[in-house]
Design a protein around this ligand. Sequence first.
Ligand SMILES: [Zn+2]
Length: 229
Amino acid sequence: MPILAGLLLLMLLAVALGPQWWVRHVLRRHGVERPDFPGTGAELARHLLDEAGLHRVKVEPTEHGDHYDPDAQAVRLLPQHHDGRSVAAVAVAAHEVSHAVQHARGEAAFALRWRLAGSLSWIDRVAGILIVAAPIVFIFVKIPALFALQLLAGFALFASEIVFHMVTLPVELDASFSKALPVLTRGRYLAPADMPAARSVLTAAAWTYVAAALATLLNVARWFRVFRF
Ligand SMILES: [Zn+2]
């Protein structure tokens, strides 16, 4: 029995943390500096945005993960992608620019995803409060069923975020493979030998949110994020 429980726990760990580990591994592996590249991720993003006629969209560095912010109309890149010259920097820059293109074209799936994503921070907060408060409530009211129900509701809310990101995955795949990949191929921004690596990075970029949502299930630090106002 303990062996079975151990195996189950290992499987749970692999399912919840495996994808995020893989995304980070791919980005690190292809994040090796390449002095032979003519420009940084930020410079390529600027160039691609201008090519698409999106002169007003800004390119900025961020510490909070690569993303495109439709409200601020800004492509934001991590320092290693903003200032770095690597396959990861090139592919991530092209992926985030593709979101700006989806936005500019008024693509319905992108608009819906962005509107709904706004409510995720609230789900995050409520789920965190439920889980973190469960033991405290239990000390006072001593009802095991309530304790279990609170934990269950908290995890169900976190799980709903995974479903949301799975459902909206087509928007991410479109950014990576219908927009960024053709642009990189057509513009010959990378040598053919670097294209397989770029494909891996584009896949990882598309799965980033699903991987992060899965990891949240076991990421204790993120449960407690609710208290950071
Ligand atoms: Zn994306």
